[in-house]
Design a protein around this ligand. Structure first.
Ligand SMILES: [Zn+2]
Length: 103
């Protein structure tokens, strides 16, 4: 997911620890019924997250300081690529459906 996507800013004290973030990703993985091979958090320049064809997910460290709603959008987006490798109609439909469930 590219970084041009708009995001807000939250005070540093609202930042989540890496472990909690990974637990959030795992919780979503169960909900989407996908199994990421590995979950990494490291600084990324151009993207909020990426997903390898083998199921290795990488999230940008900056994401830990983003609002919960935006974090959720990035997490669901990347995990969904384990089901649908492109951004086609099926992807957009499932993406909306899963995020709607979260509310
Ligand atoms: Zn994508």
């Amino acid at each position: 997911m590219k970084k041009e996507t708009a995001s807000g800013w939250v005070p540093l004290e609202e930042a989540v620890p890496v472990d909690l973030f990974k637990a959030e990703v795992q919780a979503w993985a169960r909900r989407l019924q996908v199994e990421p091979l590995e979950i990494h958090v490291r600084p990324m320049k151009r993207k909020w997250a990426s997903c390898s064809s083998r199921g290795r997910l990488t999230f940008d460290t900056d994401l830990l300081r983003q609002p919960a709603e935006f974090r959720r959008q990035v997490i669901v987006h990347e995990l969904l690529h384990l089901k649908v490798p492109n951004h086609g109609a099926l992807f957009r439909c499932l993406y909306r459906a899963y995020l709607a469930q979260a509310e």
